[in-house]
Ligand binder design. Structure first.
Ligand SMILES: *Cc1c(COP(=O)(O)O)cnc(C)c1O
Length: 386
C-alpha cells in the first residue's frame, strides 16, 4: 500500500528536519527598516533587501494612499482587459529612463517576470546556458520553456565557452542567463566577457538585475551601467521588491521586445495587473533612485566600512562587490549557532545553508540606513564568538 498523503508529507518533513534543512517564518510585528522587531524583540536588521531604506519611506506610503484613494484596491483584471492604469505606463516609463532602454514592462513579481520572459523567448528547438548559481526563478523559467538547458560552472567563462562549443550548433536560438549580482554570494557576473561570448556564439544575454538595481552603477541602474555595456542582444530583468522598496518585477529592452512580451508572455497576459498600491510605491521608489544619489553613496560607505572592519578582524568573508557580504562557516549547525548568538546580542543575521546554497554561511545585507556604530558592534560580537 502506498502512504497516504499525510504520511508521505510527514516523512518528507522529518527527512528535512533530520538534515537540519527545516525552515520557518519569523514573526515580524512592527515597521521593518534597519531595525526589525521579531517576537517583540528589536534587532538590527541585516536580512533585508531594502538596500536604500525605501520600503518605509514616507513618500512611498503617501503615493500608495493617493493611488488607492483614486483607483481603489484591486486592479480587477489582466493588463489587456480591465487591469491597465495610466500609473502602469508611468512606472514603465520611469524604469525605461532609469535603465536607458526604449521600453519596459512590469509584472506582478520578479519571479513571474523571469518565468514568463524565458519561456516566451525560447522553446524546444533552443538552448539555454545558465550560471549554476542562478536564482530559482531563472532555473524554473528554463524548465518551463522546454529549451535544452545546460548549467555552466559559476562565473566560469571557459566552461561556458566549452559548453557552447559542444552544443550551440545543434540548436536554433541560444539564451545565456545570469544574475548580475548573485543573491546568495554577493559576487558579480563578468558581464563584458559574457557579452563578448554571446556575440561570438550568436546568443542572447539575459541579465537579472534584482540585486544590482539601485545599488550598482553611476545612476543606480545596475551592473550593466556599472560596466557601461549596452547591446541589442541584452534583455534586462529585475524586481521592484528590493532596492525599489515595493513589489513587482520588470523587463527592460527594445520596443519590439516589449511588444512581443505583451503578446506572448503568459505570466504577464494571464494574471491580474500589478496592484495600484505596488505600482504607485514602485514609481516613487524608482524616481527616488534616479534623483537621490546620496542614498546609494551612504550604502557604499557602509559596504566599504564593513569590509574594512572584517579584514582588520581577519574574518574571511567571500569576495563581493555588492551590498551582500557572506561569512562562510563550517556547516549548518555552526551557521545556525552563530546566527542565534548574534541574535542574543541584538543582530538579525540569517544563516543560509543547504539546500539554498552548497555551503553554510552567515549572509549580511547592508542598507544605506545602517549606522557605522552598528557595523562596529556587529564585528566586535563576531570576533568574540569566532
Ligand atoms: C529576489 C529575486 C528574484 C525574484 O524577485 P521577486 O520580485 O521577489 O519575485 C529574481 N531574481 C533574483 C536574482 C532575485 O534575487
Amino acid at each position: 500500500m502506498n502512504d497516504s498523503l499525510g504520511q508521505h508529507l510527514q516523512k518528507s518533513l522529518s527527512t528535512i528536519k533530520k538534515a537540519r534543512w527545516y525552515r520557518q517564518e519569523q514573526k515580524i510585528t512592527d515597521l521593518s527598516g534597519y531595525t526589525i522587531t521579531i517576537d517583540g524583540e528589536q534587532l538590527i536588521n541585516f536580512a533585508s533587501n531594502d538596500y536604500l531604506g525605501l520600503a518605509t519611506d514616507i513618500r512611498l506610503k503617501q503615493a500608495v494612499i493617493e493611488a488607492t484613494e483614486r483607483y481603489g484596491n484591486g486592479s480587477t483584471g489582466s493588463r489587456l482587459l480591465s487591469g491597465h492604469r495610466t500609473l502602469h505606463d508611468d512606472l514603465e516609463g520611469a524604469i525605461a529612463s532609469l535603465k536607458q532602454t526604449p521600453k519596459a514592462l512590469v509584472f506582478s513579481s520578479g519571479y513571474l517576470a523571469n518565468l514568463g520572459t524565458i519561456s516566451a523567448l525560447v522553446g524546444k528547438k533552443d538552448l539555454i546556458l545558465g550560471d549554476e548559481y542562478n536564482h530559482s526563478s531563472l532555473k524554473n523559467g528554463a524548465k518551463l520553456s522546454q529549451a535544452h538547458a545546460v548549467e555552466y560552472q559559476h562565473i566560469n567563462c571557459e566552461d561556458l565557452v566549452e559548453q557552447l562549443t559542444k552544443n550551440r550548433a545543434n540548436y536554433r536560438h541560444c539564451l545565456i542567463i545570469t544574475d548580475s549580482v548573485f543573491s546568495m554570494d554577493g559576487d558579480i557576473a563578468p558581464l563584458p566577457l559574457l557579452l563578448d561570448i554571446a556575440k561570438k556564439f550568436d546568443c542572447w544575454l539575459m541579465v537579472d538585475e534584482a540585486h544590482g538595481t539601485g545599488v550598482m552603477g553611476k545612476h543606480g541602474a545596475g551592473c550593466l551601467e556599472h560596466f557601461q555595456i549596452k547591446s541589442e542582444r541584452i534583455i534586462q530583468i529585475g524586481t521592484l521588491s528590493k532596492a525599489v522598496g515595493s513589489l513587482g518585477g520588470y523587463v527592460a529592452g527594445s520596443e519590439v521586445l516589449i511588444d512581443f512580451l505583451r503578446n506572448r508572455c503568459p505570466t504577464w497576459i494571464y494574471t491580474t495587473a500589478l496592484s495600484v498600491a505596488d505600482t504607485a510605491a514602485a514609481l516613487t521608489g524608482v524616481n527616488i533612485i534616479r534623483t537621490e544619489a546620496h542614498r546609494r553613496h551612504n550604502l557604499w560607505t557602509n559596504i566599504n566600512f564593513l569590509k574594512k572592519l572584517c579584514s582588520e578582524a581577519n574574518l574571511a568573508i567571500l569576495p563581493s562587490d555588492s551590498a551582500i557580504l557572506c561569512l562562510p562557516l563550517k556547516d549548518a549547525p555552526e551557521a545556525l549557532n552563530m546566527s542565534s548568538k548574534l541574535r542574543s546580542h541584538g543582530f538579525y543575521v540569517p544563516a543560509i545553508r543547504p539546500p539554498t546554497v552548497p555551503t553554510s554561511r552567515l549572509r549580511f545585507s547592508l542598507m544605506a540606513t545602517h549606522e557605522i556604530r552598528d557595523l562596529q558592534q556587529l564585528v566586535n560580537v563576531i570576533e568574540v564568538q569566532n
